[in-house]
Design a protein around this ligand. Structure first.
Ligand SMILES: [Zn+2]
Ligand SMILES: [Zn+2]
Length: 441
């Protein structure tokens, strides 16, 4: 596992969670690339895999159960497949993609490295241990399509490597893994999407990271900033990171008005500034499909509109905030961060005794969570009410961007790479003041 704050001098091994206990999965099937490619350890026993092609593992009574050649194994705690040849891989089926999203689906994934199958509190836990560079080769294209220009794949790979090694978040440390396989950390689908381009992008940037003040940058990224980047402190902890600032995602010399002023934010969000690298003028949205990974919902990323009925919004607010709330009277965008994202959202509502009450939701993530049951694309929104009388029938969200908008803007970086900017230019645009450096051979 990685150690936070430590800059490795050799390539580290990392542990990725593929099936998590929260998935509540009861079975998984493994298929080996070739018979004899693996050594299989079942608790303390070790087998060669020459007699094995596929195995179905199920969880029963807090233990792993499986059969090989008609022989049953029960009450097993842990099974480990260790590769004995270089290009060995294991296919696992099924694995969740889009764990926390409405479009979640099950796919099969082809994994390099070691695979561990375990039980955690009666539930299945599958971990893939592999070298950081093999992981990155898979991540670069799991996140972005293989048609992307080399500079984008390289920039994305350096960012993914830096984020991994900065290792600040440690969301799943209790499970003994560095990251999970999904958007909560970084989307990883094993060798499924590896291409010559992603292989090359990883090889040409091997060991390269971005550093600031002698530390590896906590290089966050999102799909689309909406035209202006957000700062770290407005989204996460209140410690500013100098390399994440409110900068226009545009060529040098362009400016964006102060979006913390409500009138400016309204004009900005309702307009379509075509100078932005992530704008639909730089890359028409129907062309994004060639570049952005196949697992996403289709949609507009730069500017979009979403409607919600008062009933659906009220139900979501009752669910997420546990409020005694009958209907919403008003949604007020009270305080905005530099990219137009919300720092404070006021919700005025009737309780079930028709008393007028109000509550305030703080920060981008929470605003996105309460505004829509499917987690709103971005909190940089202008909200219109529809209907006559005191109680609006519907609310219309006019939004900018997709995701938190801090650090590398994936669609903007794509725009830059299509315009001919280099890997290093892209990195210093999104992480100003950072230094691009090789830390291991
Ligand atoms: Zn995660
Ligand atoms: Zn952008």
């Amino acid at each position: 596992m990685l150690k936070p704050g430590v800059i490795p001098s050799v390539e580290p091994l990392i542990r990725v969670g593929i099936v998590l206990p929260q998935d509540e999965q009861k079975k998984i099937t493994t298929f080996l690339s070739n018979m004899c490619d693996y050594e299989m350890a079942v608790d303390t026993l070790t087998f060669s895999t020459c007699e094995v092609s596929s195995i179905l593992f199920t969880i029963e009574n807090n233990a792993i159960v499986f059969k090989i050649d008609g022989k049953s194994y029960e009450k097993v705690n842990k099974v480990v497949f260790r590769p004995m040849v270089e290009d060995a891989h294991i296919t696992l089926d099924p694995v969740i993609s889009g764990r926390e999203f409405h479009w979640r689906k099950y796919i099969s994934v082809k994994l390099p490295g070691t695979v561990e199958i375990k039980v955690s509190d009666g539930r299945l836990l599958v971990i893939n241990e592999l070298s950081l560079e093999s992981y990155l080769m898979c991540v670069a294209t799991s996140e972005m399509g293989a048609a992307c220009p080399a500079a984008l794949i390289e920039a994305q790979t350096v960012v993914a490597r830096s984020w991994m090694l900065a290792n600040v978040e440690q969301k799943h440390i209790a499970l003994g893994i560095d990251v999970c396989n999904d958007d909560c950390c970084q989307r990883y689908q094993g060798l499924n999407n590896v291409t010559d381009v992603s292989r090359k992008g990883t090889e040409t940037t091997r060991g390269m990271v971005i550093l600031y003040d002698g530390k590896i940058c906590d290089a966050r990224y999102s799909k689309s900033c909406g035209g202006k980047m957000e700062t770290f402190e407005n989204l996460w902890e209140n410690t500013p990171l100098p390399y994440m600032q409110n900068i226009p995602d545009m060529p040098e010399g362009h400016t964006v008005p102060d979006l913390t002023i409500e009138e400016n934010a309204r004009v900005w969000i309702l307009s379509n500034p075509k100078e932005a690298f992530c704008s639909s003028a730089t890359i028409p949205e129907n062309e994004l499909k060639h570049y952005i990974g196949a697992c996403d919902d289709e949609g507009e990323y730069f500017r979009w509109t979403v409607e919600i009925s008062n009933e659906e919004l009220s139900a979501n607010l009752r669910d997420k905030l546990k409020l005694d709330l009958k209907e919403v009277l008003d949604l007020q965008t009270r305080k905005r961060a530099g990219s137009g994202r919300l720092l404070e959202l006021g919700i005025v509502y009737h309780d079930f005794e028709d008393r007028v009450r109000e509550t305030v939701v703080i920060k981008d993530y929470n605003a996105r969570l309460v505004l829509h049951p499917k987690f709103l694309f971005s909190s940089a929104v202008v909200i219109d009410k529809v209907g006559t009388g005191d109680v609006p029938k519907r609310f219309i969200y006019h939004g900018a961007g997709w995701g938190h908008g801090s650090g590398l803007c994936q669609i903007g970086a794509l725009g830059m790479s299509l315009k001919g900017y280099s890997t290093q230019e892209i990195l210093s645009h999104y992480y100003p003041g950072s230094r691009y450096k090789k830390i291991y051979k």
